[in-house]
Design a protein around this ligand. Structure first.
Ligand code: UDP
Length: 235
């Protein structure tokens, strides 16, 4: 395996499957099976999960809600998704711990870096819920932050598109995919990989990002074993 310790970022929307809202248990079970193929190979897996399938602070604020309160709701949504993912992973016999940035001690462990690293060393998957614990941030920022903290080799951003294109491939048939692109070129070309806060944090800490299609069975194993699918963003 090319990567020994990875941080997998899954958006909340990825958990919806074909639904308009909420969580699709079948999609979760498929993800769990894919994750098992890499934990079986000894890869250490940490996961940051989004909340957009349930609630986004910005969406609430646009309808007159207090932004900070909305962001608190969004962060709690990521904890709900984390619990659902933990359940699916445990059903697939993968030992899993959920650690949250906001303390909910009856439900999950608080985020403690050393403990998280220990879990990973013991072969447990660690899910980080609650984002960064701060409003005005995103779970992409949480993903980069946690990846740096736990010294992950790479961030794998699982999406429904198979990489980064020069224009939106869902709108433009002539869009061209990059197999590799530098951090500088992403910024120069104004491409959207993550929000800017998350992206520059990754760049400053020289943490590579691979964007790939997580909905294709077997892709996760391919990426982790070093096969060139998706798009790698690196120095
Ligand atoms: N959020 C936040 N701080 C964080 C992470 C998330 O306030 O550190 C809130 C924010 O309201 C965001 C929501 O949680 O809209 C869900 O996260 P995100 O939009 O990143 O989820 P995704 O798009 O990955 O599903």
């Amino acid at each position: 395996m090319k990567y020994k310790r990875i941080l997998l970022k899954l958006s909340g929307e990825a958990l919806m499957g074909d639904r308009q809202y909420g969580i699709d248990p079948e999609r979760l079970a498929e993800y769990a099976q894919d994750i098992k193929t890499i934990t079986d190979q000894g890869v250490q897996v940490a996961i940051v999960i989004g909340g957009g399938n349930i609630f986004r602070g910005v969406a609430g604020a646009s309808k007159g809600m207090d932004r900070v309160q909305g962001d608190h709701m969004g962060m709690l949504a990521t904890v709900i998704n984390g619990l659902a993912l933990q359940g699916a992973l445990e059903d697939a016999d993968i030992p899993t711990r959920l650690q949250t940035a906001i303390q909910i001690n009856e439900v999950a462990e608080p985020f403690i870096r050393r403990k998280a690293m220990r879990h990973l060393e013991k072969g447990r998957v660690v899910i980080f819920g609650g984002g960064t614990g701060n409003p005005y941030f995103t779970t992409d920022s949480a993903a980069v932050l946690r990846a740096i903290e736990i010294e992950a080799d790479v961030i794998l951003k699982g999406t429904r598109v198979d990489g980064i294109y020069n224009t939106d491939p869902e709108k433009d048939n002539n869009a061209i995919k990059f197999n590799f692109i530098s951090f500088d070129d992403v910024l120069r070309k104004g491409l959207k990989v993550m929000d800017t806060t998350a992206f520059t944090l990754s760049q400053e800490n020289e943490l590579p990002i691979i964007v790939f299609d997580m909905n294709k069975k077997g892709n996760l194993l391919k990426v982790v074993s070093g096969e060139k699918i998706g798009t790698e963003v690196n120095l």
